[in-house]
Every structure is written in structure tokens, then in C-alpha cells.
Design a protein. Structure first.
Length: 65
């Protein structure tokens, strides 16, 4: 079973190393991300559903609909 620490490490490796296949080790296909950003310096969606959408965020691609 993945720990939260392992999942976060794999997400960072996927994002920073341009290795989106590692997202499979970090999140389930139906994972949900809810985020609250308290700065205007970055733009980040407040609600994202699914590992594929996480991958688009990690690559800096906009989310579509």
C-alpha cells in the first residue's frame, strides 16, 4: 500500500522529471484534488478529478472543461 509520503515523492518525480507514468504510483485513477491557493502569484485549479487531469497540471497544460 502506498503511503502519503511515497505518493508525494512519486508526484514530484513525475512532475519535475517529466515522467508522467509515475503518476500511476502516486494516485488512483479516480483521485480527487481540492486546492486552496492563498496567493495571486500562481494559478491553480481549485478542483481536479482523475489522475489524467493531474498529469496535465504537472505538465503545465490547461485543464479543459
Amino acid at each position: 500500500m502506498n503511503t502519503a509520503q511515497f505518493s508525494i515523492q512519486q508526484y514530484i518525480r513525475a512532475k519535475d522529471g517529466n515522467r508522467p507514468h509515475l503518476l500511476d504510483q502516486a494516485f488512483t485513477a479516480a483521485a480527487i484534488l481540492d486546492m486552496v491557493v492563498h496567493t495571486g502569484a500562481i494559478t491553480f485549479p481549485d478542483h481536479v478529478e482523475g489522475r489524467a487531469a493531474f498529469g496535465r497540471i504537472a505538465r503545465g497544460s490547461p485543464l479543459l472543461g
